[in-house]
Ligand binder design. Structure first.
Ligand SMILES: [Zn+2]
Length: 127
């Protein structure tokens, strides 16, 4: 009986299925990312229509049309190096009637800050 050693060249000839190539996966990921970006954009557009009501004149406005007023509060100096700096405070917005409204009574709206038309930083000392 004669034994023959067969050297397989299967591995060299093996080609991955297209679905298992890096090019395919990169392409699929680009598609998913494009879909995700589109969904986020559409969701943002809906959230920009979130209404806030002026406590002074009663008018309702979409946040996407408003300026978000980022207030800051001042921390007085203490000890040698402590304090003497500003901290972000509550969010507010200004109605077309000219009055400023606070956002604290509308839970979650401060998280939508980036969807306002503008953001204005305000530094006011209360003394
Ligand atoms: Zn108003």
């Amino acid at each position: 009986m004669e034994f023959q050693i067969i050297v397989s060249n299967q591995i060299e000839e093996w080609e991955p299925r297209r679905e298992d190539t890096l090019e395919f996966l990169d392409e699929e990921m680009r598609k998913v990312e494009a879909t995700l970006a589109d969904l986020k954009r559409r969701k943002d557009n809906l959230l920009k229509q979130t209404l806030v009501k002026c406590g002074w004149c009663g008018a309702e406005s979409e946040i996407g049309q408003l300026t978000y007023i980022q207030t800051h509060w001042y921390e007085h100096p203490y000890s040698c190096t402590g304090g003497d700096r500003w901290h972000p405070g509550e969010g507010q917005w200004k109605c077309a009637c000219g009055k400023r409204n606070r956002l604290f009574n509308k839970p979650g709206i401060e998280k939508l800050k980036r969807l306002f038309a503008n953001v204005e930083d305000v530094y006011e000392r209360s003394y």
